[in-house]
Ligand binder design. Structure first.
Ligand SMILES: [Ca+2]
Ligand SMILES: [Ca+2]
Length: 242
């Protein structure tokens, strides 16, 4: 009888320990974690800009994962899933990081997006344009959404409108920012047409307040003669998509 009681006591203790372990298991907590990600492009923080040369917006930053006790979680996988909602997006090269990329947190629970090779930013970049020519004429923006999860727990989800400086894919203009794209932009200039509102903000002009205005001209010009590949070889083009 004494042996049986001892066995029951040992089993009960083991069960309690097991239950305690599970009760204290560390899980990612969205409220304690931080998603410091953003689509980076100087002068256009409200939009995602697509350029065939890959030097448009790039998704950059870091994610800090903390558990329910606000303790950083080291060595766990963070998945960044990116979805483009854009039927008329034309890829130069489909990025290797689509549909998702996995990062591992460091000792402080921080996962950083890999360093890109574009001009001035780090992060996930892509080479693409849009085909907005032809009936029905497409004047809307597209959108792109990123979702960050860790161990099955969603930490954040953000959707941003997407525009492209490459607006026309007719022969001679496919994945190449040139005169036909400028024609589309000129039609939209001093209007509220989303597809050419590269910075996502409006400006006061002598004829009114318009979404497509002077600052959008500057952003368009930054990508003049940029191309997906060397076709033809404009001197300003740098191929950044491997
Ligand atoms: Ca074009
Ligand atoms: Ca604008």
């Amino acid at each position: 009888m004494a042996n049986k009681l001892l066995l029951v006591a040992v089993l009960a203790a083991a069960l309690l320990s097991f239950t305690a372990l599970h009760a204290w298991a560390s899980v990612p907590n969205p409220d304690n974690s931080t998603c410091a990600l953003e689509w980076v492009y100087p002068g256009a923080t409200l939009r995602v800009i697509a350029c065939p040369a890959g030097d448009g917006s790039a998704l950059a930053g870091s994610v800090t994962v903390r558990d329910q006790f606000n303790v950083p979680m080291a060595g766990v996988a963070v998945v960044v899933d990116v979805d483009f909602f854009c039927d008329h997006l034309v890829w130069c090269k489909t990025p290797a990081w689509l549909p998702d990329t996995t990062l591992i947190t460091d000792g402080g629970g921080v996962a950083r997006l890999p360093v890109g090779i574009d001009h001035s930013t780090t992060g996930l970049h892509f080479c693409a344009g849009r085909d907005v020519i032809g009936p029905p004429e497409i004047v809307d923006c597209c959108s792109v959404q990123y979702t960050v999860t860790c161990l099955g727990v969603q930490l954040c989800q953000v959707t941003t409108e997407l525009v492209s400086v490459d607006l026309n894919q007719n022969p001679g203009s496919a994945l190449y920012v040139e005169a036909l794209d400028h024609q589309v932009f000129s039609v939209d200039y001093l209007s509220n047409t989303c597809r050419s509102d590269f910075n996502g903000t409006s400006e006061d002009t002598p004829t009114g307040t318009w979404a497509v205005a002077g600052l959008d001209i500057s952003l368009f010009n930054e990508h003049w003669l940029h191309a997906c590949e060397v076709q033809p070889p404009p001197a300003t083009t740098e191929e950044v998509c491997p």
